[in-house]
Design a protein around this ligand. Structure first.
Ligand SMILES: CC(C)(COP(=O)(O)OP(=O)(O)OC[C@H]1O[C@@H](n2cnc3c(N)ncnc32)[C@H](O)[C@@H]1OP(=O)(O)O)[C@@H](O)C(=O)NCCC(=O)NCCS
Length: 211
């Protein structure tokens, strides 16, 4: 399937989501890749990862950009040649990009029961207060949103030493809100983030903006 969904969040911010059903060859034949990208692609161990990586280039082409304009800093944060910010995510069957005039972060995660087992590693006590473990479906949904928020915030700030549990805090929210707020408290920083999220099939998409 090609482009799954486009969200025009505001006049200067667009989210594009790809459902990855094509073969490696089909995707590969439709994208223009620079030498450095080809080398990276060839070094990937799984075809699932390669297809996701190629689907991101398809998304980029949907926006009128291409791989030649996409660069990475030493930490792996992507940037475009022009003034737009970009953030990238992929998880099994889906990939997504967000393009904005603001610094943004995006994350897509598959909702899985196993997130319950690692909750202690990324959820702070203040967040456990608004989570209800008894309602397992809601618990998994909210844990996945919290995880996605922390990944998205991390992708915006891209600073060494940030801990999901100790430095990024999510304010109480309900799944129906489709919005949330988060705070990054790290060294001398105190930064608020505005969050949007939604569920797409068995995946959760989250994107964040610095306030
Ligand atoms: C880098 C990181 C954010 C990637 O997230 P992920 O969920 O593994 O993978 P995603 O598919 O959502 O995102 C991958 C994309 O993020 C982008 N990315 C990688 N490093 C990045 C960084 N430092 N800053 C911003 N974006 C980054 C890249 O575009 C990458 O895709 P690409 O290389 O194919 O273009 C994540 O692996 C990470 O390091 N997180 C912080 C560490 C941490 O605290 N983890 C858990 C603690 S309990």
């Amino acid at each position: 399937m090609p482009l799954h969904k486009t969200i025009q969040y505001n006049p200067n911010t667009k989210i594009l989501i790809w459902k990855i059903t094509e073969s490696f060859d089909a995707l590969f034949s439709e994208v223009l890749l620079k030498e450095k990208t080809l080398t990276r692609l060839q070094g990937m161990k799984s075809e699932t990862h390669q297809r996701a990586f190629l689907s991101v280039r398809k998304l980029l082409q949907e926006t009128g950009h291409n791989d030649l304009q996409l660069h990475y800093d030493d930490y792996g944060k992507p940037a475009l040649d022009n003034e737009n910010h970009i953030s990238i995510t992929h998880s099994f069957d889906f990939s997504a990009i967000i393009l904005s005039d603001k610094n943004v972060g995006i994350d897509i995660e598959q909702r899985r029961e196993k997130i319950i087992r690692i909750a202690d590693k990324f959820v702070d006590d203040s967040e456990f207060l608004f989570l209800n473990k008894e309602n397992q479906q809601d618990y998994i949904s909210k844990l996945t949103v919290i995880w996605g928020i922390k990944e998205a915030v991390f992708k915006i700030r891209n600073e060494k030493g940030i801990s999901f549990k100790d430095h990024i805090f999510v304010a109480p929210f309900e799944m129906a809100d489709l919005k949330a707020e988060a705070l990054l408290t790290f060294e001398n920083l105190n930064v608020k983030f505005e969050i949007s999220f939604e569920e797409i099939e068995n995946y959760t998409l989250v994107y964040a903006f610095e306030k």
